[in-house]
Design a protein around this ligand. Structure first.
Ligand code: GLN
Length: 541
């Protein structure tokens, strides 16, 4: 429990989107945490959807799910992976959610006949959401990342809320870090600071003076460039931080430490810590990550493969578990829809493991089922996640149990063998947003399973995001043929893990282990899968 009120740091972005505010926020948080402070990070997203749960992954990348079942922005995944501390619904708020609560209050009559306006009602709601995390008394520092780019119409209420909060909470208790881009003009060999100056001007027009500027750049910033930015943007020169491109996002905390981002932040907020940041475990991870002793190739079969962000947490989980195994995991992205027309042997030849990804809907489903069959028949280590596990169940029904046309009722409502079926509680659901089986549920593992060996314990809890489930009417048939339920929900009897006993490593999980994998705690399922792939490669020699 933290006694004093927290300090609030706001991270804004200018010049362009996608500069990596999430990684900078997570890196600063990591450095402060490594000095013994408790830190949380919140993302405010200026779009009208209530949450990203209903967004197509092509629009917004992966939808990340928290312990409490919130469907959130993928930046929350970075926050958890860096800090090793769970986030919650309060850590991600969209304009849609802000407006929804204001409109609900208006309908209830809470505003007592007043005209409801952006200022003060929307800005008050934003301020309330920012302060909510601080009120929990769990944190010394709350970092709020404002999505979007300053100057966008939709960001305006957020910037105004920041301006007011600085006044309300005191300038010594709040800090604004502005992230911009310093482009390099190859023709003249120059780094240009004008876009940064303009972007700071936009903040100033809105009454916000940034305290620290983090400049994304492809080239080192010479001192005169730093001085120029400091002079024209009213910040001290030590508050101009270079963020040069680095090989991996996990290098960013080290870079920010070199640049003194944590030191200047602590100075400006009068935060006390005698400690030097303890990054020993982080550095050990980086060392292993950069010096792998082995290399394996994984096939990731999914239908959103054109956009790598759609499988962000999965890719990161392989980085964590690869380092734990001192192994480089090269990921070959395979489009499940195209696989249906291709020669599967040619495409999957030489891979040491196959992962069938989560997903929704019919498109590409047969390609996924073909990939499962290939893994099962060729004894290739296999991991199926959510829809991937459901595909493994369907494949086994069709090709081992000889239940022709077996399917999930999601894809084929009238299948003669609905081995995957809609959950009872889902049958009456008509709204699509926030209504899946979401968040953490307990699961008990059976003693002799691969899953038990992998986790080293029998009581686990994992995060979910689905409407369909294994149909227990078929359970005996599966068990008798060698596909066994190795993880069961103790309260509902839902099958959470299926594995094939006489296969070296064939595991399908109804939950999403990737959401819980962090740098310092690589997930057991991914660790076990990478180990199985390494062993498979050894056997091929
Ligand atoms: N579409 C499947 C379901 O709703 C799987 C979901 C997923 O892979 N996240 O059950």
């Amino acid at each position: 429990m933290v006694d004093s009120s927290p300090k609030y740091i706001f991270v804004t972005g200018g010049v362009t989107s996608s500069l990596g505010k999430g990684i900078i926020s997570a890196s600063l948080a990591k450095l402060l945490q490594a000095r013994g402070l408790s830190v949380t990070i919140q993302k405010l997203d200026p779009y009208i959807n209530i949450d990203p749960g209903t967004l197509n992954p092509y629009e917004h990348g992966e939808c990340y799910v928290t312990e409490d079942g919130a469907e959130t922005d993928l930046d929350l995944g970075h926050y958890e992976r860096f800090l090793n501390v769970p986030t919650s619904q309060a850590n991600n708020v969209t304009t849609g959610r802000i407006y929804l609560s204001v409109i609900n209050k208006e309908r209830r009559g809470d505003y007592l006949g007043k005209t409801v306006q952006i200022i003060p009602h929307i800005t008050d709601e934003i301020k309330y959401r920012i302060k909510l995390l601080g009120k929990s008394k769990k944190y010394d520092v709350v970092i709020t990342e404002i999505g979007g780019t300053v100057g966008d119409i939709e960001s305006l209420p957020y910037i105004e809320a920041v301006r007011q909060l600085r006044y309300d909470l005191g300038y010594q208790n709040t800090l604004v870090i502005h992230l911009t881009l310093v482009p390099y003009l190859a023709a003249s060999g120059e780094l240009k600071t004008k876009p940064t100056q303009h972007s700071v001007k936009i903040l100033l027009e809105n009454g916000v003076q940034p305290d620290i500027l983090v400049l994304r750049t492809e080239h080192q910033l010479p001192n005169d460039v730093r001085k120029k930015v400091a002079l024209f943007c009213n910040v001290t020169v030590d508050a101009v931080i270079e963020s040069i491109d680095v090989p991996t996002i996990y290098d960013v905390p080290m870079k920010m430490k070199e640049e003194g981002l944590d030191v200047i932040t602590m100075k400006k907020l009068a935060l006390e810590s005698d400690l030097e940041p303890d990054l020993i475990a982080w550095e050990a991870f980086l060392k292993k990550h950069k010096n792998p002793k082995k290399e394996i190739q994984l096939a990731l079969v999914g239908k959103y493969v054109e956009l790598p962000d759609a499988y962000k947490s999965i890719s990161e989980a392989f980085i964590h578990s690869g380092a734990a195994n001192e192994t480089k995991v090269s990921v070959k992205m395979i489009h499940s829809e195209k696989l249906e027309q291709e020669n599967i042997e040619e495409v999957l030849q030489g891979v040491h493991g196959i992962l069938v990804a989560p997903g929704f809907g019919h498109r590409g489903i047969e390609g996924k089922i073909m990939a499962v069959k290939y893994a099962r028949e060729n004894n290739i280590p296999f991991l199926g996640i959510c829809l991937g596990m459901q595909c493994a169940v369907i494949e086994f029904a069709r090709n081992v149990l000889e239940l022709q046309d077996a399917h999930s009722t999601e894809m084929h409502r009238n299948t003669p063998f609905p081995v995957i079926d809609i959950m009872e509680q889902q049958k009456g659901v008509t709204d699509m947003g926030g209504t899946m089986r979401l968040g953490a549920y307990d699961c008990i593992l059976s003693p002799e399973s691969n899953a038990f060996q992998t986790y080293g314990t029998s009581n686990i809890s994992e995060r979910h995001r689905h409407r369909y489930e294994f149909n227990n009417d078929y359970l005996e048939k599966y068990k008798n043929a060698g596909m066994v339920p190795s993880g069961i929900n103790p309260d509902t009897n839902l099958v959470e893990i299926m594995e094939i006993s006489n296969h070296p490593w064939f595991v399908g999980v109804q939950f999403h282990p990737e959401y819980k994998s962090t740098v310092l705690n690589p997930h057991p399922i991914f660790r076990g899968f990478v180990k199985a792939m390494v062993e498979y490669k050894e056997r091929q020699k």
